[in-house]
Design a protein around this ligand. Structure first.
Ligand SMILES: Cc1ncc(COP(=O)(O)O)c(C=O)c1O
Length: 426
C-alpha cells in the first residue's frame, strides 16, 4: 500500500485483510484449466434460467406491477416475500401454531444475500474487541467479517451432531472467570450441512446451547444471542432435517435466524433474509437503511413470483437431485483414489466434503502440499482457513474442504484423482 493511502484510511480500511476466497477465485480465472474444488459457486446447470426469464417478462409486462418493481421498496423488504418466506420456514419447522412463529414475517428483514444480514447484524451487536463464539471449524467468510471489525473469537469443538456442549460450557465459564463474558455477544452456528464440514446440528444441541447461553447472560449483563445460519438448509438429500432455533418455545428474544435464496435458487439473485428478536429489529433496520435502504425490489419480486408460482420448488427438487448425484460422484472418486489414511464422512446435503489427512500433512496455502496440488491443476480450500484465530487451542492444518457444487462430474473425478496422487506421494 502506498504511504499516502495508508495515512488516509480508517481503522477498518487499514485492518481489513484480503479474503482468501478472492485469491482462490482469481487463481481459477487466471488458470481456466484448473479444476476448482474450492469455489463456493453453485451448479450452473441447475440455475433457473428459463423460469427467471419467463417470470421477469410476466412481471414487466404488467404496467402497474412492473413500474412498482422498478421503484425503491422498503428497507425491511417486500411484505409479500416476507410472508411467503415466513410460511416456508414454518413448513420446514413443521410448526405453524407456536406463538413465536406467528410474528416471524414481522421480525424478518430481506437482505442483499445472507452475507449482508450477517455483516449488519455483527455491526449492530459488536464493537472492536468483542467476542463471538464460533464452531471449530466454521464458514471462513464470516471469519473475514470478524477480522475486519476487530472482533475476537473462541472456537467451540464440534462432534458429528453439532458443537460439543461441554466445551461450550467450559469456554463460557473461562470467559466468566476472566471477566470477558461482558464482551461476549453471540454464538454463531452454521446448522444445516455446515460449510465446511457438511455436518448438521441437532435441535437438541441447539436447545442445549441456548440454555447455556441463557445461564451465563446474568454474568454477561446482557443477552448472549444464538445466531443460526441456515444457508444450506434446503440442500438436503434425504427428506426433512431438524427444526430451526425459531421453533424453540419462548426463545424469540434470544435467537437469530439467517437464511438465503442464493443456494436453493440462484446465487446471482443475492437475496437473503434474517429473523431478529424485536429489540434488535429497529437498530438493524437503521443500519441497513444507511447501507442501501432496501434490497433490490425487482429481484425480490422475481423471488416472490418463483415461490408463489411453485416454480421455486420444482427447481429446488432438480437442484437437490443434481447435488446428490455430484456428492455420489465425489464419494466414489474419494473411495477410489484417496488412501485409507484420509478420514472423511459423506454429507447428507450441502456442497462440501471435509477431509482430514494425517497430522504430518500440512495443507495450508503456503504448504508444499498446496503447491503440488496446484501443479497437478487442482484447487481446494485449506482447512486451517476455516478456524478462528484462538490462542487457547492448536489450529489444525491437515484438513481440506472439497466442494462438488460448481465442478462438473468429470472435473470432480479428475480433481480427486490428482489430489489422491499428491497425498500418496507424501
Ligand atoms: C454458511 C454460509 N452462510 C452464508 C453465506 C452467504 O451466502 P449468500 O450471501 O449468497 O446468501 C454462505 C455463502 O457461501 C455460506 O456458506
Amino acid at each position: 500500500m502506498k504511504r499516502k493511502t495508508k495515512n488516509v484510511l480508517s481503522q477498518i480500511g487499514l485492518r481489513t485483510s484480503d479474503s482468501p476466497i478472492s485469491w482462490l477465485m482469481k487463481t481459477k480465472i487466471e488458470r481456466p484449466n484448473l479444476v476448482s474444488l474450492a469455489a463456493g459457486f453453485t451448479d450452473n446447470e441447475s440455475l433457473p434460467l428459463s423460469i427467471s426469464r419467463r417470470l421477469l417478462n410476466e412481471l414487466l409486462e404488467d404496467e402497474v406491477i412492473g413500474r412498482a418493481a422498478l421503484q425503491y421498496g422498503t428497507t425491511a423488504g417486500d411484505d409479500a416475500l416476507r410472508e411467503l418466506t415466513a410460511k416456508r420456514i414454518e413448513y420446514l419447522d413443521k410448526s405453524s401454531s407456536d406463538k413465536d412463529m406467528a410474528n416471524i414475517a414481522k421480525r424478518m428483514v430481506i437482505t442483499h444475500g445472507s452475507q449482508q444480514f450477517l455483516y449488519i447484524l455483527t455491526e449492530a451487536l459488536c464493537d472492536p474487541g468483542d467476542i463471538v463464539l464460533v464452531e471449530d471449524p466454521t464458514y471462513f467468510v464470516y471469519l473475514g467479517i470478524m477480522q475486519s471489525r476487530g472482533l475476537n473469537g473462541r472456537g467451540i469443538a464440534m462432534n458429528h451432531d453439532g458443537i460439543d456442549l461441554n466445551h461450550l460450557e467450559r469456554v463460557l465459564e473461562s470467559l466468566r472467570r476472566s471477566g470477558e463474558l461482558k464482551r461476549t455477544k453471540m454464538l454463531y452456528l452454521v446448522s444445516y450441512f455446515q460449510n465446511p464440514t457438511g455436518r448438521s446440528t441437532s435441535l437438541l444441541i441447539k436447545k442445549g446451547a441456548l440454555d447455556l447461553l441463557k445461564k451465563y447472560e446474568k454474568a454477561a449483563g446482557h443477552p448472549i444471542y444464538l445466531l443460526e445460519d441456515a444457508a444450506y438448509r434446503e440442500l438436503g438429500f434425504a427428506g426433512q432435517s431438524d427444526s430451526s432455533v425459531l421453533s424453540i418455545c419462548d426463545a424469540s428474544e434470544r435467537v437469530i435466524y439467517s437464511g438465503t435464496y442464493s443456494k436453493p435458487f440462484a446465487t446471482g439473485v443475492r437475496v437473503g433474509f434474517g429473523v431478529l428478536p424485536e429489540d434488535l429489529l429497529a437498530p438493524f433496520l437503521r443500519i441497513k437503511s444507511n447501507h442501501d435502504f432496501g434490497t433490490s425490489h425487482l429481484i425480490q419480486k422475481l423471488v416472490f413470483r418463483a415461490l408463489d408460482s411453485g416454480e421455486y420448488f420444482k427447481n429446488l427438487e432438480k437442484a437437490q437431485r443434481r447435488y446428490q448425484f455430484k456428492a455420489n460422484v465425489m464419494y466414489d472418486a474419494i473411495c477410489n483414489y484417496f488412501p485409507e489414511v484420509v478420514k472423511w464422512q459423506k454429507p447428507d446435503g450441502g456442497l462440501n466434503f471435509w477431509t482430514e489427512l494425517p497430522r504430518s500433512m500440512n495443507t495450508g496455502l503456503k504448504s508444499k502440499f498446496f503447491q503440488e496440488a496446484l501443479n497437478q491443476n487442482v484447487l481446494y480450500v485449506p482447512g486451517n482457513l476455516c478456524y478462528v484465530d484462538d490462542s487457547t487451542r492448536r489450529t489444525p492444518s491437515n484438513e481440506m474442504r472439497l466442494s462438488f457444487g460448481a465442478a462438473s462430474e468429470k472435473e470432480i473425478r479428475k480433481g480427486i484423482q490428482s489430489l489422491g496422487n499428491v497425498i500418496k506421494r507424501k
